[in-house]
Ligand binder design. Structure first.
Ligand SMILES: *[C@@H]1O[C@H](CO)[C@@H](O)[C@H](O)[C@H]1NC(C)=O
Ligand SMILES: *[C@@H]1O[C@H](CO)[C@@H](O)[C@H](O)[C@H]1NC(C)=O
Length: 535
């Protein structure tokens, strides 16, 4: 049995040599055109993905259904589509007001609540609940402040918080407790705003396990009690002091939260990439500075948290960071020079990189096989239930431009398959037999049975919960991965069948209400996920 496991480990280690051109992972083109450029994406609990760009990009390459046109307009094209993962097909949707550079979060009932945008869309709250004939519903004055480039996150009480945005140094909630519930000032957004450049848009926001919010903007971060409007803690400036938020767009993740005895001992944030301080001004004079090649990692659960810096094998601005079901971090998309914004990025980075948080510092990064399609400004990436990563978008132009430009508007959808999906490893992949899906309550015990054709080591079994995040502008809002307690209690029932009992996290601070993907992982190889819901 251990001989078997050793062999697998050797396969994985063999692939773990960094800097290899023929690295692991593979790409496939799913659809050459979905008709729009995927600027925003959200996976929904029926395995469809709602995608939209902006309503003022000009005519898209997909028509609205049934000969419809936009109100008071000769534009009869769609600016939002629904992608059906199983059928690999799309359906056009009608979004009425401008959703450009907006934000959102999936609600516990499975609908996407999306907020803000540009011009007539900047106060709008839009709801998309998927079905075969469903479409967007819009509430014109759903927000109390205009929000453009804001960040949303799910809260333990089932509401979402909406933070910041251009010239919106405050936050508010959806749904509101009363119609006149107003926005609340957040001076941190004033402090982190660089005059004429900003560098603090789409702040990186995560719910800490103590119920406070970790908010990172520009070059530093706070722990924030949103209920009392109080800064609980101020973190040190990231070494180097270079900006990491739009337009110097880096990305960030909350590293996997491991539950032991109902608690999470270590809460860590990883911020990667971005652009040097003067990069935005320089890019506007046609000088494209090399992107940052550093990541900062900070244990926010420490009494005296300090940044620890690491160097990526590839410099990157506008990279997306995604948590894979096995707890590794995928860094994908973006460019290696310039900044975000119209025409300001250069030198696409075609190779993703995987970061293994649990490995020794010297062998955490692993370069993956490259795509052939540049994914520059306004590109996106999200995790799918089967473990693939859906990649789309890229349009650094004010309108759709398909010729005579450095980076033509990209309408295609691709999938990146990490090494764990390699057919040679299929015999080692767990398959969840039951449940098929489930509604869970905090503190519940959940029994899962799964099949795997090779013998397993219970100490190497993880059961993970991943929240499907809202992705735009290189940040995945509401992204979270929990390693449940009890993976090591896996027992064999014979005939390749196994059973494991795990505990649902005890509180909404650790696992806010919502839909999650649940995976059984063995030796870094995840099963297909199942949908579970914490109402
Ligand atoms: C999109 O439509 C434009 C204008 O009709 C056309 O030039 C272009 O080739 C189309 N692009 C794709 C990728 O379909
Ligand atoms: C599983 O791991 C936990 C936490 O490390 C430990 O307390 C427990 O005894 C282990 N259980 C088994 C069956 O190994």
């Amino acid at each position: 049995m251990y001989h078997h496991i050793l062999l697998v480990l050797m396969v994985i280690l063999h692939h773990a040599q960094p800097y290899r051109a023929d690295g692991p992972g593979s790409w496939s083109l799913l659809l050459p055109s979905i008709g729009i450029s995927a600027m925003h994406m959200q996976l929904l609990p029926n395995d469809r993905v709602v995608i939209y760009d902006r309503t003022d990009f000009g005519t898209s390459n997909i028509s609205l259904p049934n000969g419809k046109c936009r109100p008071n307009s000769d534009d009869c094209s769609a600016h939002s589509v629904e992608y059906d993962v199983g059928r690999n097909s799309i359906r056009p949707l009608m979004v009425l007001t401008d959703v450009w550079c907006s934000s959102g979060t999936l609600m516990p009932d499975g609908s996407l609540v999306q907020t803000g945008g540009w011009q007539e869309g900047d106060h709008v709250v839009r709801i998309y609940k998927s079905c075969d004939t469903c479409d967007w519903r819009e509430m014109i004055s759903g927000l109390s402040q205009p929000r453009w480039y804001a960040t949303n996150h799910m809260l333990p009480d089932g509401r979402q918080i909406i933070i910041g945005g251009r010239q919106a140094m405050n936050y508010e909630f959806y749904p509101k407790k009363s119609a006149n519930e107003d926005a609340i000032d957040l001076p941190f957004l004033v402090e982190t705003n660089t005059p004429d450049v900003e560098n603090n848009l789409y702040p990186f926001v995560f719910l800490n396990t103590d119920g406070n919010l970790f908010i990172y903007a520009n070059d530093h971060a706070i722990l924030f009690d949103y209920a009392k409007n109080q800064v609980v803690k101020t973190y040190p400036i990231i070494p180097g002091g270079d900006p990491r938020n739009y337009p110097s767009t880096g990305s960030a993740v909350l590293l996997p939260l491991r539950l032991v005895q109902g608690k999470v001992a270590d809460v860590e944030i990883l911020v990667c990439g971005g652009a040097p301080k003067d990069a935005y001004a320089n890019a506007n004079t046609e000088k494209f500075d090399k992107a940052l090649d550093t990541c900062g990692r900070i244990k926010i659960s420490d009494p005296d948290p300090q940044w620890v810096m690491e160097t990526m094998p590839l410099a990157r601005v506008m990279g997306d960071m995604l948590l894979l079901p096995n707890g590794n971090v995928l860094i994908i998309n973006g460019v290696s020079a310039g900044v975000a914004g119209w025409e300001l990025g250069r030198d696409p980075v075609l190779s993703p990189v995987i970061y293994r948080p649990e490995k020794l510092t010297t062998c955490r990064f692993e370069v993956q096989n490259p795509s052939t399609i540049p994914r520059v400004y306004h590109s996106t990436a999200i995790l799918l239930r089967d473990g693939r990563v859906l990649v789309g978008g890229s349009n650094p132009h004010d309108k759709y431009e398909f010729s005579d430009v450095l980076f033509p508007t990209e309408l295609s959808l691709e999938a990146f398959s990490p090494l764990y999906l390699d057919p040679s490893l299929s015999g080692l992949r767990p398959k969840i037999i039951s449940p098929k899906s489930k509604t869970l309550r905090h503190g519940d015990k959940l029994t899962i049975s799964f099949k795997i054709s090779c013998p397993i080591d219970p100490n190497l079994v993880w059961v993970t919960l991943v929240s499907p995040s809202f992705n735009t502008h290189s940040f995945s809002m509401n992204q979270r991965l929990l390693i449940l307690e009890g993976g090591n209690t896996t027992v064999s029932l014979g005939k390749s069948l196994y059973q494991v009992g795990v505990k649902v996290p005890p509180s909404g601070n650790i696992a806010p209400p919502g839909n999650y993907l649940l995976f059984v992982v063995h030796l870094e190889i995840p099963s297909e996920g199942i949908w579970v819901r914490i109402p």
